[in-house]
Structure formats: structure tokens, C-alpha cells
Design a protein around this ligand. Structure first.
Ligand code: SAM
Length: 209
């Protein structure tokens, strides 16, 4: 993976190596609102959106190019970018074991029908992959307006031996929760429609001895 293509501001020209690795992933990033709000909050982290739709990915790429241009004097928005791909298939191709500190699953597709549940982005098998790429203490953030999907995500994360649920105290104090709650395009739509938002966070536990 040629990361310098996505984050040229973090390439050390003298060694040809990246000065940072990606540590935050927004899975199914849609139109990129979360990436854009996380960027100034985490200037020292590389943040990657993963999105399966080609046109949407192009839109996010253009958005980031425009922001970088606008903030050229301060080197703003150099730490975010987007990658087109199926995160359910290819996530471990992009990240090493324990590389990530945070993973976001914001308003994932609900796949309402029972026979479609296996297409959901949180499943037992996929959680093991997420646990692989997340470091110990890393956080999974989930938010949705669909109660049934929320219950599904919480159930699977609760049942997985490598994750523990975080309490409301964490949610109240965590900066990312605040950002995630209102920054994504889907979240804004739910806000406009006065819908509910259900969120839960989980910490990656240490591997068992
Ligand atoms: N997170 C964004 C938000 O809150 O505005 C987008 C939410 S939208 C309902 C779900 C997004 O996930 C869509 O843009 C969809 O294309 C993307 N998606 C669905 N399955 C995916 C997959 N397997 N890999 C990457 N992206 C995926």
C-alpha cells in the first residue's frame, strides 16, 4: 500500500518513508463529514475513511483536495483521506495487527431483513478482524438511528471475548463521541428529521494469556 499517495504531507522525503501510520478508521465513511471534523481534533493521527461506493469516494476525495487547497498555509487536512473498497473483505489487507487506535461505524446500512443480517458490518467473524487490527485499549465507536441494529451491534460486541462495553461516563467525556454524534451526513439527516440516535463504545481487551 502506497500511503504517501494519500498523505503526502506525512512523507519523509529523505528516507522515502511515512512518518506516521493510519491509526483511526471510519468504516463506511459515506460523504466524509466525520473525517473532516476529526482532522483538526487529531492533527497527529492519520485518519482513513473506507467507502465502497465509487462516486461517493470521488466526492470525498474532491472535498479533501479542496480543503487542503483552502488551508494550504496551515497544512490543514493533510491527515485525512479516503480509500475505495469493501471494508468487510479487505480491512486486514490495509492494516497490521494492533495498528488502529479507533474505529468508527457510523449509521451503517441496517440490512433489515433476517436473511440479510449476515451482510451487516458487525458480525462475530468481522469483530475478530476488527480486534486484530485494533490495539489493546483501542475503541470501537458505533452509532445508528435503527434500534434493532443498535441492539444487534451491542449484542455481538458484548458477546465477543475481546471487547468490553464502555459506560455513559466514558460517552460523556470522550471527545470523539461528541464529534461523531453530529458530524456525519447521515447523523445530520437524522437530526433534521428529529430521529433517535443510539450510540455505544467498546474497548479492545488484551489478548488472553
Ligand atoms: N458513515 C456515514 C454517515 O454516517 O453519514 C455513511 C452512512 S451510510 C448509511 C453507510 C455507508 O457505508 C454507505 O456510504 C455505504 O456505501 C458504505 N458501506 C456499506 N458497506 C460497506 C463496506 N462493506 N465497505 C465500505 N463501505 C461500505
Amino acid at each position: 500500500m502506497e500511503w504517501s499517495r494519500l498523505y503526502p504531507g506525512f512523507l519523509d522525503e529523505s528516507t522515502g518513508k511515512m512518518t506516521k501510520d493510519v491509526t483511526i478508521a471510519d468504516v463506511g465513511c459515506g460523504f466524509g463529514g466525520l473525517l473532516i471534523d476529526l482532522s483538526p481534533a487529531f492533527p497527529d493521527n492519520l485518519i482513513l475513511g473506507m467507502e465502497i461506493r465509487v462516486q461517493v469516494t470521488h466526492y470525498v476525495e474532491d472535498r479533501i483536495i479542496a480543503l487542503r487547497q483552502k488551508h494550504i498555509e496551515t497544512n490543514g487536512y493533510q491527515n485525512i483521506n479516503v480509500l475505495r473498497g469493501n471494508a468487510m473483505k479487505f480491512l486486514p489487507n490495509f492494516f497490521q495487527k494492533s495498528q488502529l487506535e479507533k474505529m468508527f461505524f457510523c449509521f451503517p446500512d441496517p440490512h433489515f431483513k433476517q436473511r440479510k443480517h449476515k451482510a451487516r458490518i458487525i458480525t462475530n467473524t468481522l469483530l475478530s478482524e476488527y480486534a486484530y487490527v485494533l490495539k489493546e485499549g483501542g475503541i470501537i465507536y458505533t452509532i445508528t438511528d435503527v434500534k434493532d441494529l443498535h441492539d444487534w451491534m451491542v449484542k455481538h460486541l458484548d458477546e465477543h471475548p475481546l471487547f468490553e462495553r464502555l459506560d455513559e461516563e466514558f460517552e460523556k467525556n470522550d471527545e470523539c463521541v461528541k464529534i461523531m454524534y453530529n458530524s456525519t451526513e447521515e447523523g445530520k439527516k437524522v437530526e433534521r428529521n428529529k430521529g433517535d440516535k443510539f450510540l455505544k463504545c467498546f474497548r479492545r481487551l488484551p489478548d488472553p494469556k
